[in-house]
Ligand binder design. Sequence first.
Ligand SMILES: Nc1ccn([C@H]2C[C@H](O)[C@@H](COP(=O)(O)O)O2)c(=O)n1
Length: 254
Amino acid sequence: MASRATTTASRATTTASRATTTASQATTTESRASTTASRATTTASRASTTGSRATTMANRTSTTASRATTTASRATTTAKEETQHLCGDTWRADFLVHEDYWMTVAALAAKRSKDPRTQVGACIVNQENVIIGIGYNRMPKGCDDDHLPWNRHGEGRWDTKYAYVCSAVAVAIMNKKCSDLKGCTIYVTLFPCTESAKLIIEAGIKKVVYLSDQYHDMEMMAASPRFLLAVAEIECIQFKPTEPTITTDLTVNN
Ligand SMILES: Nc1ccn([C@H]2C[C@H](O)[C@@H](COP(=O)(O)O)O2)c(=O)n1
C-alpha cells in the first residue's frame, strides 16, 4: 500500500512538473506572439510612413511636372508671339503646295536638258514627302555630247538620239538617295516611254503623276507603256496644277 502511495505521489509530482513546463511554454509562446505582433505594428507603422513620404514625393513630382508644362507652354506662346511679331499675324497663304512643288522641281530639272526638241524632267518623292531622286533626259554620264547625235532622224537608229539618250525617269531612278523606291511617286513632265515604264515597275514605284501626254496617240507604234503600267497596277494620273505658272526671281536686292 505504501509503495502504491509512493508511486501515485511520484506520478502526481511528474504531472505537476509537466503542467509547470506546459504553462512555461505557453508563456514563452505568448511572449513570442506579443513580440511578433509588436514587430508587425512597427513594420505597418513604417510602411505607413514610407507610403506617406511616397505620396508627398509624388505630389511634389506632379507639381514640378505641372510647373514644367506651364513653363513650356509660356515658352511656346512667347515663340509664337515673336514669330507673329516678325512675320505678321498669320502664315503666308500663297505658299507652294506639295504637288505643285514636286512638279515644278521636275520642270526645273527639265531645263538642264540639252535635247533641242523635248526636255523632260522627273522628281521622285517617297512616302514621307521627301524628294529622293531628280533627273532630266541627257546622254549617259561622262559621255561627251559633242560625240553623240541629238537629231531625231538619221541613216539608222544608231544615228539618232534615241539610241543613246537616257530618259528623265532613268536618270532620276539612278540618282536615288536611298536604298529602294518601293511605294514612291514619280512626278514627270512627259508620260513615261516604254523603257521608262519598265524601270518604274522594276523600281517598285507605285504612282506616276505626269504633266504632258503629247505622245499619247503614237503609242500604238510600240509596246504601250500605259498598258504595261496598268498590268503592274501602277496608278497614273495627269497633273492638274493649283498654280499654272510658277515664277522664280533670282534677283538679289542688297
Ligand atoms: N518619258 C520620256 C519620253 C522621252 N524622253 C526623252 C527622250 C528624248 O530625249 C526626248 C524625246 O524626244 P522627241 O522624240 O520628242 O524628239 O525626251 C524622256 O526623257 N522621257
